[in-house]
Design a protein around this ligand. Structure first.
Ligand SMILES: [Zn+2]
Length: 433
């Protein structure tokens, strides 16, 4: 039968499965299969067939065999998490009403409250922070302003103070933090968490954000471009039924995050989705900071629109000013935003023919004038794309709004921390200790 070590490992699992009532978040990570039948969970480990399959004195092989059996059954990722996290109560009991009366079957669900994920969506000047549960639901949030050009030490020190305040406010400890997700307004080498030649982030090129946080937290820190995490958050919460999605952020500049086959597509070195410098025909008089002329961002980004309004004697410095003017009914601002939508549509029509997304989500400041911006986007995108590519295409404003970034950062961290391979590593470390 089982060796002493194996029996201890399994009894630890059983102890960690705390059968108690608990609520469930509406935010569901897809890697956690959901509710699990309690009896199946327990006998799945201990029934004679499973015992025969895992009979060995090697604890690693036991875990491998259980892992494989569970995966084949399509259940119980949460079980492996329970195993990995040892004594913590990571599963909670639920008792649905049995239609036939009598004792209802016990079920288990993942306990979202068994850890905290810290998230930061760092913008050029405006940033948002959140402490989320392991289901990706924000428990506490705060936003604040700092110029990202002040450099990594100053900005991350400031971010860490917000993280500490969020934890204190929730009565949680640094040891409760299971992962940190950070979005930054520039390209990132995802594997190392280092911004790569970010144009508006002086001093950040090659700076290791995970290493900086390692002094404060013993956990995984993941960093990505801000539009990528927005795309991830939006896909996770609102677009799970579509495998291919584009998220367009129209703010001061213009960015694009791509979800392909259900995952963020970053390209060979993190440059995928950079539609800012795609050339618009008939705008060659406009010089872009990249040195070319007629680039989408130079013509239709929020900063460009504000500059054009200023040139016409209308006071506007930022993309938020442009939105304010549109909302107040200013005809020039309204015309410019519609035109920006049509220009964006021209670029997106090419993207749609090339990539065939199921949805295009428009976020960022200018999406707060959705009727004006989206009217132009839809008009041109649908007119200039092939019918087959637009048959199921929907173009909509962001459903998460300002929160897309922090929720996406949480999902990024949770997906990593609770991924099967990561859980297996924790299990192995625990058994080796
Ligand atoms: Zn350019």
């Amino acid at each position: 039968m089982f060796s002493c070590d194996n029996a201890r490992a399994l009894s630890r699992v059983r102890r960690s499965i705390a059968l108690r009532r608990g609520g469930r978040s509406r935010f569901r990570p897809k890697c956690l299969i959901g509710a699990i039948e309690a009896e199946r969970l327990l006998t799945g480990v201990l029934n004679p067939l499973e015992i025969a399959r895992v009979r060995t004195t090697d604890p690693y092989r036991v875990i491998d065999a259980i892992t494989e059996a569970m995966r084949q059954d399509g259940v119980v990722h949460g079980f492996l998490v329970a195993l990995a996290l040892g004594e913590r109560e990571v599963l909670v009991g639920r008792h649905p009403i049995a239609p036939t009366g009598g004792r209802p079957p016990g079920t288990l669900a993942f306990n979202d409250e068994s850890g905290i994920v810290l998230c930061a969506d760092l913008g050029a000047t405006y940033s948002r922070f959140a402490a989320c549960d392991l289901g990706g639901a924000p428990l506490s949030e705060v936003s604040d302003e700092i110029d990202i050009a002040q450099g990594p030490d100053e900005v991350l020190d400031w971010a860490q103070k917000h993280f500490a305040d969020l934890l204190t406010g929730l009565g949680r400890q640094e040891s409760d933090v299971r992962g940190i997700g950070v979005g930054v307004p520039g390209p990132v080498a995802f594997e190392s968490g280092q911004p790569t030649s970010p144009p508006i982030m002086p001093g950040w090129d090659g700076f290791s954000i995970p290493d900086w946080f390692a002094a404060h937290y013993d956990t995984t820190v993941l960093v990505d471009n801000d539009v990528n995490i927005m795309a991830l958050g939006e896909h996770w919460i609102h677009w799970r039924d579509r495998e291919h999605l584009m998220f367009i952020k129209v703010g001061t500049g213009i960015g694009c995050g791509i979800v392909a086959n259900g995952a963020i597509h970053r390209g060979d070195n993190g440059a995928a989705g950079d539609i800012r410098h795609i050339r618009l025909a008939e705008n060659d008089s406009v010089l872009c900071r990249c040195g070319n002329t007629g680039c989408l961002e130079a013509v239709s980004g929020g900063r460009a629109l504000a500059q054009r309004l200023s040139a016409e004697g209308i006071e506007a410095a930022t993309s938020r000013d442009v939105v304010r003017l549109v909302r107040s009914g200013d005809p020039v601002a309204t015309r410019l935003v519609r035109e920006a939508g049509r220009n964006l549509g021209q670029v997106l029509a090419g993207c749609v023919n090339f990539f065939n997304p199921g949805g295009i989500v428009i976020g960022g400041d200018l999406a707060q004038a959705p009727e004006q911006l989206l009217a132009g986007v839809r008009e041109v995108t649908f007119r200039r794309s092939l019918p087959l590519a637009t048959e199921r295409l929907r173009i909509v404003p962001s459903g998460l709004g300002d929160r897309a970034g922090v929720i996406g950062a949480a999902i990024m961290a949770i997906e990593h921390v609770l991924a099967p391979d990561a859980v297996d590593q924790v299990i192995r470390r625990g058994l080796a200790a």
